[in-house]
Design a protein. Structure first.
Length: 161
């Protein structure tokens, strides 16, 4: 059963849909329709997709539309597919950015270990683990500078503490 708020929203949405129906095949109209649906679903408390379907069926009975419900489902499905595709694209971009940042941190930590190994001696496994656990690039940069000038691994390890 629909609450009053959902009834009002779905009725208004159906009015919008009925007004847009002659041009709904056009991409601009479809985008406006998606925007109206997004606004309704994200802004109205207790608004559900079933509310739209119920109101669409009522409008079909009263106004003689035969495909409004299936067309609405098709538009919603298209919008959901576009949203998923957009989410995947954004997720990949976010993953690449995160991967680059992690790679940068790992590379800096490896460089510090390499500098210490070349200048002094190979750091112990626990010291290497401490260096590799640092995720702050600015701190790693300072440690790399210090690795170039420190006198011993003990001095370097003391700075890590």
């Amino acid at each position: 059963m629909l609450n009053d708020s959902s009834k009002n929203v779905s009725k208004h949405l159906m009015k919008i849909f009925c007004n847009m129906r002659p041009t709904i095949h056009m991409e601009e109209s479809q985008q406006k329709w998606f925007d109206a649906l997004d606004y309704a679903v994200t802004s109205v408390k207790h608004c559900k997709r079933q509310d739209f379907a119920h109101n669409t069926q009522q409008t079909e009975k009263g106004k003689g539309f035969t495909n409004a419900s299936s067309f609405l489902d098709e538009l919603i499905a298209k919008h959901e597919a576009e949203s998923r595709a957009k989410g995947r694209t954004e997720g990949r971009a976010e993953g690449r950015t995160k991967g680059r940042a992690e790679g940068k941190v790992k590379g800096k930590a490896e460089m510090i270990i390499r500098i210490l190994s070349h200048r002094l001696e190979s750091p112990s496994k626990p010291l290497q683990k401490k260096i590799n656990s640092i995720q702050n690039t600015a701190k790693l940069d300072k440690l790399a500078d210090f690795a170039l000038t420190c006198i011993s691994l003990d001095e370097f390890a003391a700075v890590l503490e």
